[in-house]
Design a binder for this molecule. Structure first.
Ligand code: ZN
Ligand code: ZN
Length: 356
């Protein structure tokens, strides 16, 4: 944890700023261990300050008290304290999270009498290589998700609504130790599967459907992400053909995932194969994204993703084919890049599963 603050200070120096203000729950948690965003964290050259209100001071002392001065304040008092701290150390330039700060908060920051320097990119960059403890949490989150999928297939059947499928899944995951869904569960049955981010609705699963199920679990704040597409009863040969194309595209990209490859190159492996099979127009999203304290993080595997993958980065591999009015197929694994390849965190089978 102290190592994270050291890396943060190195980044501040490199950027030529004297201090940084953190206000997203993600950045606050990563650098201080405090798990609420009802706080502002100020890191200067000399001080680590966490300002929060009366409701959270006990929690803040327990989670961050060994490295941070915990200051109790609310309302405009918060910004007076920050302003004074910046003035005491003569902080002329102060970094902030330009991707999450609201306009209202930015107006308050402007009153701090310091030059505001956008630092979202650098802050995300500090989290891009996962530490061993972070990888362990991600593994734990995904192992809960894998077990949940196995259990889910035993309890769902034709006639259940998509919404019920999502509810059953989230209930099972919670009983197995998930802190909650890592994003809104996606269930797209039959033609609804063609909507990549289908919101579970009242459509009932019917024999002959393919069902796209995309979900994740949370462990210690870390997000897993997996998609499996399964069949209700028997499906036609066309559906099986599409399923096999997506499965092969994913396998090709997974095989190629190792340090040194770029996000763009990885994306192209799956995309080119799908194109060759005649469905290029039916794969309209990126191949994958990093994940961690957020469900979508750097790097990206996309047509423009120029990050060169390194050991410790996370990436999902999730090609799909979506045919309007008919069906959708997506298969997604979440992976960690290792020294000479990748660790696929997902163990759920990719043999097409059938529920009855
Ligand atoms: Zn997903
Ligand atoms: Zn994903």
């Amino acid at each position: 944890m102290n190592d994270r603050l050291t890396r943060l200070r190195t980044a501040l120096e490199k950027k030529g700023v004297d201090a940084v203000l953190l206000n997203s729950v993600t950045a606050i948690r990563y650098f201080s261990d405090f798990t609420s965003d009802d706080a502002i964290v100020l890191v200067t050259k000399k001080r680590n300050v966490l300002i929060t209100d009366f409701r959270y001071t006990i929690q803040a002392k327990e989670q961050s008290g060994d490295r941070f001065e915990i200051v109790e304040a609310s309302g405009s008092k918060v910004f007076e304290i920050v302003k004074q701290a910046l003035a005491e150390e003569n902080c002329l330039r102060t970094g902030f999270e330009d991707d999450v700060v609201s306009y209202a908060r930015y107006e308050k920051y402007r009153g701090l009498e310091t030059e505001l320097v956008p630092m979202a990119e650098e802050l995300h960059g500090l989290r891009i290589i996962k530490t061993p403890d972070e990888i362990e949490y991600l593994q734990k989150a995904q192992s809960i998700a894998d077990r949940s999928f196995t259990e889910l297939l035993k309890v769902i059947h034709p006639g259940m609504t998509e919404r019920r499928v999502a509810a059953e899944l989230e209930y099972i995951a919670a009983t197995l130790g998930s802190e909650g869904p890592s994003f809104d569960t996606i269930v797209g049955s039959g033609p609804n599967g063609a909507m990549c981010h289908a919101v579970p609705g009242n459509r009932k699963l019917q024999n002959g459907d393919l069902v796209v199920l995309d979900y994740g679990c949370l462990y210690n704040g870390y997000h897993s992400d997996m998609t499996r597409t399964f069949a209700v009863g028997e499906v036609d040969d066309f559906a099986i053909g599409i399923y096999n194309i997506v499965r092969t595209a994913q396998a090709k990209a997974l095989d190629a995932l190792k340090p040194g490859i770029t996000g763009k190159e990885l994306d192209a492996i799956a995309r080119d194969y799908i194109k060759e099979q005649g469905y290029g127009d039916c794969f309209g999203h990126s191949l994958g994204h990093g994940f961690g304290l957020l469900i979508h993080e750097s790097p990206r595997a996309s047509v423009t993703g120029d990050t060169v993958f390194e050991e410790g980065m996370t990436i999902t591999v999730e090609p799909g084919i979506y045919i309007e009015g008919r069906l959708g197929v997506r298969i997604e694994d979440c992976c960690v890049v290792t020294k000479d390849g990748k660790l696929d965190l997902c163990s759920s089978t990719k043999e097409l599963q059938h529920i009855n």
